[in-house]
Ligand binder design. Structure first.
Ligand code: PGA
Length: 253
């Protein structure tokens, strides 16, 4: 049985004080014991992570970063390394988010390097894939997703792949209020799982977590998470309010 997972991607939102306040609220709403049944992760901006780790200590809610650079250290002004994330209490990192691909020109090859660096440093990468509206309309979405997965996971061996989480986020559904229907999303999740089985093994594909992201809220979460191959969600906008985020977490139970 795969344990469901809900991760909040705060993106570039919340100052330090706002972040602390939101974390206290989340921690109050997610009752003790809930994180035994569902994994809960929050990914605030880098600058708020240390304080977040202090607030979340002993709550069961885990911490992730939103990006890393793939080099271990050095003269890369403005970048953050995997070991820096680890040192402030992160266990996860979101990689290859469509906003990174679109605005910061991240390619599948760059995301592959970052994935390898995350794994080498003991961070669990949440590798994001998903097609644009144009690609879906051209009916090349399966091909695009296959290419993203194959390249982003190149060089990942059977042992490391166990630590990878995949998030399917159709670009046309992110921040638009347009969610993929549960059937539409599940179709892609089944496709991804089959692909993982072909590249790695059936056993690995049975266990890998595949999250859905794109306009998930506390109204549509239960139905999405009820689908056979959807193991939880990567939540943007709705993770910025403690109540909606905790309702989404509870909808997995
Ligand atoms: P959204 O974002 O929930 O605001 O659509 C999801 C994401 O980008 O991870």
């Amino acid at each position: 049985m795969r344990k469901k997972l809900v991760a909040g991607n705060w993106k570039m939102n919340k100052t330090l004080l706002e972040s602390n306040a939101l974390l206290y609220d989340i921690q109050k709403l997610i009752e003790y014991g809930v994180t035994d049944k569902v994994s809960v992760i929050v990914c605030p901006p880098f600058i708020n992570l240390y304080s977040a780790s202090e607030i979340l200590k002993n709550t069961g809610v885990k911490l992730g970063g939103q990006n890393i650079y793939y080099k271990d250290e050095g003269a890369y002004t403005g970048e953050i390394s995997a070991s820096m994330l680890k040192s402030v209490g992160c266990e996860f990192v979101i990689l290859g988010h469509s906003e990174r691909r679109q605005y910061f020109k991240e390619t599948n090859e760059i995301i592959n390097n970052k994935t390898k660096t995350a794994l080498k440093n003991g961070l669990t990468p949440i590798v994001c894939v998903g097609e644009t509206l144009e690609q879906r309309e051209k009916n090349i979405h399966f091909q695009i997703i296959e290419e993203q997965i194959r390249i982003c996971l190149t060089g990942t061996d059977n042992e490391n792949i166990n630590k990878v989480i995949i998030a399917y986020e159709p670009v046309w559904a992110i921040g638009t209020g347009k969610t993929a229907t549960p059937e539409q999303a599940n179709e892609i999740h089944i496709f991804i799982r089959k692909l993982i089985s072909d590249i790695f093994s059936k056993d690995i594909s049975d266990n890998i977590l595949i999250l859905y992201g794109g306009s998930v809220n506390d109204k549509n979460a239960r139905e999405l998470f009820g689908m056979s191959d959807i193991d939880g969600g990567l939540i943007g906008g709705a993770s910025l309010k403690a109540e909606s985020f905790s309702n989404i977490v509870k909808s997995t139970l």
